[in-house]
Design a protein around this ligand. Structure first.
Ligand code: FES
Length: 168
């Protein structure tokens, strides 16, 4: 069943879409935001709320690569592997990221911090090479910049965890 918050957020979006089918991607994103990834149960919950068949939701979830049907790390890194980024050093950066994170493409680091996924053009080809982490774009990348960005995320997570501990 959808949580109260999930339900409220989905209902708040209803008037932005012509029908419930059009709303389905947004609804799946909301569920993913709350649960980290979209389980079969999540599909069934959204289907029930929108009065659609689970298979329709499954189709939407499979089509959009930003809907995760498997557990992912706390942060998802999308590394662009399209032509401009490829020319500007994609392979070097992929090597660097896989070494730094200790994972291959499609995998999640042991500390569950990062999932590394390949992605088609992220729309910033004039600033290749490019990656996205969660909703943020990072461009004109090199190995040093990647290290700084990963360190920043790790630091932010530590601070957040410390904040939560202090709050309790
Ligand atoms: S090719 Fe990488 S952002 Fe377009």
């Amino acid at each position: 069943m959808l949580s109260k918050q999930e339900k409220q957020q989905i209902e708040a979006k209803v008037h932005h879409y012509p029908n419930k089918r059009a709303l389905s991607l947004e609804a799946l994103k909301i569920v993913q935001e709350h649960r980290g990834w979209v389980t079969d149960e999540g599909i069934a919950d959204v289907a029930e709320a929108l009065q659609l068949r689970p298979a329709e939701l499954e189709g939407v979830a499979t089509f959009y690569n930003m809907i995760f049907r498997k557990p992912v790390g706390k942060h998802v890194i999308l590394l662009c592997d399209s032509v401009s980024c490829w020319i500007m050093g994609y392979e070097r950066l992929r090597e660097h990221l896989t070494t730094r994170l200790g994972v291959g493409l499609g995998e999640t680091s042991v500390d569950q911090q990062f999932t590394l996924l390949p992605n088609v053009c992220l729309g910033a080809c004039d600033h290749a090479p490019v990656m996205m982490i969660d909703n943020a774009h990072y461009q004109d990348l090199d190995a040093g910049k990647i290290d700084e960005i990963l360190a920043m995320y790790r630091q932010q997570d530590i601070e957040r965890a410390d904040g939560n501990t202090t709050d309790q």
